[in-house]
Design a binder for this molecule. Structure first.
Ligand code: ATP
Ligand code: TZE
Ligand code: MG
Length: 275
């Protein structure tokens, strides 16, 4: 069932080419725009207050990535989220480096509080820091790279799902897609992937493309990037080639290869007695 949802979502993105509005960091603007194009979606990077409201009208989703934050960007991000809410559009939050500074942690929480339809995609350290649970094992967050295994962030992700009424994707060697009604672990990807900067940011951008066509769990993006990443890595001598090869593989990825390679496990499915 999950496999079919992923395939349908990829076909729909390619058919509809949704516009994804990104307020993202200086490091990854190029990677993530190219990732969206290779997937079959249409990126726009914008952060001027003078155009965000207009652009949100015809964008399918908003991706807010706090990677190179400063005071001007904080205000713009909150304004953009208000516009997304007004238009009934989903918001993907990438809380890059959450926990590394109070500014990042505080801003991530303000954005998450504000967004009506929210998906959070972060690495384990960011998810643990964002949740800030008192009994959490201390997340080690010194910068933008994860220093914790994704498994250790599952309780934090569950807390975020409840607290912000959102869906959460924890990326890492195993990705976890955590929602109110289901939890899925995904074992695709390749150990070379974290050696390319912005791989997680690309995942968040792709999450925006899928959300724009109604796949708001984050599963399809994690599955597609995981499979594309492992195929690309197998053909790459190192991170330089991987960064380029990934775009070719995303562009060429056919749904049969995707389905054959998927390694996902349904961890939990909610039992509901509601009709
Ligand atoms: N050790 C690994 N093995 C397999 N896949 C991995 C591994 N580490 C990361 N990935 C994959 O790489 C992608 C990015 O995840 P990662 O957790 O590295 O993001 P991130 O830390 O937010 O990256 P960045 O901040 O540089 O954008 C995901 O698709 C994830 O599944
Ligand atoms: C390296 C880096 N620093 C701020 S954002 C970013 C890209 C990966 O998240
Ligand atoms: Mg990241």
């Amino acid at each position: 069932m999950s496999t079919q949802i992923i395939i349908n979502a990829l076909n729909t993105v390619r058919e509809h080419k949704p516009l994804v509005l990104n307020i993202t960091n200086y490091v990854v603007m190029n990677n993530t725009a190219n990732g969206l194009l290779a997937l079959g979606a249409s990126p726009i990077m914008a952060h001027s207050r003078g155009e965000l409201a207009e652009m949100m009208v015809f964008s399918g989703a908003l991706v807010v990535n706090i990677g190179t934050l400063d005071s001007v960007w904080v205000e713009r991000m909150l304004f953009a989220v208000e516009q997304a809410n007004k238009q009934g559009k989903p918001v993907v939050l990438d809380p890059v480096g959450c926990g590394a500074s109070q500014l990042r942690t505080h801003t991530s929480r303000r954005i998450a509080d504000l967004a009506d339809q929210l998906i959070i995609r972060g690495n384990a350290s960011e998810i643990i820091a964002l949740a800030g649970l008192e009994n959490a094992t201390q997340a080690s967050c010194k910068g933008v790279d994860a220093l914790d295994a994704s498994e250790t962030a599952v309780d934090a992700a569950r807390y975020l799902v409840e607290h912000y009424h959102c869906n959460v994707v924890i990326s890492g060697e195993t990705d976890f897609i955590i929602g109110k009604n289901s939890e899925i672990s995904l074992h695709n990807g390749h150990a070379m992937m974290p050696f390319v900067t912005g791989m997680g940011c690309t995942l968040s951008a792709l999450t925006g493309a899928f959300a724009a066509v109604g796949e708001t769990t984050g599963l399809a993006a994690a599955a597609v990037l995981g499979v594309a990443g492992e195929i690309a890595a197998a053909q790459s001598a190192g991170p330089g080639s991987l960064q380029l090869k990934l775009l070719d593989v995303l562009y060429q990825l056919d749904v049969d290869t995707l389905a054959q390679r998927l390694q996902l496990t349904l961890v939990k499915i909610a039992i509901s007695n509601k009709p």
